[in-house]
Design a protein around this ligand. Structure first.
Ligand SMILES: Cc1ncc(COP(=O)(O)O)c(C=O)c1O
Length: 386
């Protein structure tokens, strides 16, 4: 049987997945748990009540999502400083789906999109599933992970259709500086690229960071967000795309996206009806997450401070922390497996995120304090013994 190239030729598990399956019966502490619904946050008992309103029994398919839901979302985004008209908001079932719609809109098979490296591992898969190629552009391994603008420009080919930024980036937790952001938008204008800004973690910035409006005056800009991060409710399956651009091209983009979204109609009705009420939970949830993430980061920094040749990278936002082992001879994959098998603690390797070299560990800062403290103590013990 022949399968398409959209999934990898070799589907065999990598050594880390093999080690995880081997450890199936032995409990280990997952320091990479970033599922908010499993991290003991204070979700009110009544939170999901608006999902059961009788009006949800009526199916009114609308490709961009209901007007009421988009109006509610426009109000929420305005409260965050993002001005966007409801007509320029498209609802999707996830950010992954939002990407897939944009890739269908902008790329033909064989075309490419620029993605940050290191960065969110799913981007490459999402592109591949659409028959598109990922061209990584490097972020400089330095404080705040700045752009290397000449390298970004050099990576652009005639088949590039768009440039993706993740703000703040996963897993570095850094925002593009306002200078880098305007430089990259200029590059998009110069080369006719769409600008796609993934802002799913932008509510979790320390200190608060306002993302500037995208002013890709020649072409299209898309800003992505979703309830999976903003409200910690990935199971509700609601994300969005906010579009900007010159009116004529924006209108055509809306029409084409309407055709794409109408083919799937995947956003469920109850979540759209409940959206306005659900969004009222945002300030409490975001405050609680920020407090958890900040205190876990402090615990991590304090514990690893005395460990030689180990660096906790500073960040500006998001849910993750980055630990670099600067000792020369330590191999990342072997270390992850040793942490799992000998110390019963799991973190992810930098290789999953396309770090250029070195030994990086990625861990989630979402876990409840007791588990996090125990996980960090296992990590400290293991790293001290290297
Ligand atoms: C940068 C980034 N974008 C998007 C997503 C996925 O969001 P969704 O659950 O809405 O597909 C994630 C998930 O971790 C992410 O890290």
């Amino acid at each position: 049987m022949e399968f398409s190239d959209r999934t990898p030729k070799d589907m065999s598990p990598n050594p880390i997945s093999e080690a995880l399956s081997r450890s199936g019966s032995k409990p280990f502490l997952d320091l990479m748990n970033s599922n908010p619904t499993q991290c003991e946050f204070d979700y009110p008992q009544t939170l999901l009540e608006p999902l059961g309103l009788p009006h949800s029994l009526v199916y009114e398919p609308l490709s961009f999502g209901s007007e009421a839901a988009r109006e509610a979302l426009a109000g929420y985004l305005a409260s965050k400083g993002q001005k966007v008209k409801a007509q320029n908001l498209l609802l999707t079932a996830s950010t992954s789906e939002a990407y897939s719609y944009l890739f269908k809109l902008l790329g033909n098979p064989g075309d490419s999109f620029l993605i940050p490296s290191p960065g969110y591992p799913l981007l490459e898969h999402l592109l591949r599933l659409e028959g598109l190629k990922a061209i990584p552009y490097p972020l400089k391994v330095a404080a705040n992970w700045p752009l290397e603008l000449e390298k970004v420009e050099r990576a652009i080919t005639s088949r590039c259709k768009g440039l993706i930024v993740v703000n703040p980036n996963n897993p570095t937790g850094c925002f593009l500086s306002p200078n880098d952001q305007s430089a990259i938008i200029k590059l998009c204008e110069k080369h006719g690229l769409a600008y796609i800004s993934d802002e799913v973690f932008s509510d979790f910035a320390y200190p608060p960071f306002s993302l500037s409006d995208c002013t890709n005056s020649q072409g299209l800009s898309f800003r992505l967000g979703g309830l999976s991060k903003s409200l910690g409710l990935p199971q509700l399956k609601l994300s969005w795309v906010a579009m900007e651009g010159p009116e004529e091209v924006l209108k055509e983009s809306r029409e084409r996206l309407e055709l794409i979204a109408d083919t799937y109609l995947s956003v469920n009705t109850p979540v759209q009806i409940a959206l306005k009420e659900l969004l009222q939970f945002a300030p409490d949830f975001q405050k609680e997450v920020l407090s958890r993430v900040s205190s876990n980061r402090l615990i991590l920094e304090r514990n690893l401070k005395e460990v030689k040749e180990v660096k906790v990278w500073p960040a500006q936002g998001g849910w993750y922390a980055l630990v670099e082992i600067t000792k020369q001879e330590v191999l990342e994959e072997a270390l992850i497996i040793e942490l799992l098998e000998k110390h019963q603690v799991f973190v992810q390797p930098g290789a999953f995120y396309d770090f250029p070299s070195g030994c990086f560990l990625v861990l989630s800062l979402l876990g409840p304090a007791n588990l996090f403290v125990e996980g960090v103590s296992r990590l400290k013990k293991a790293l001290s013994g290297l």
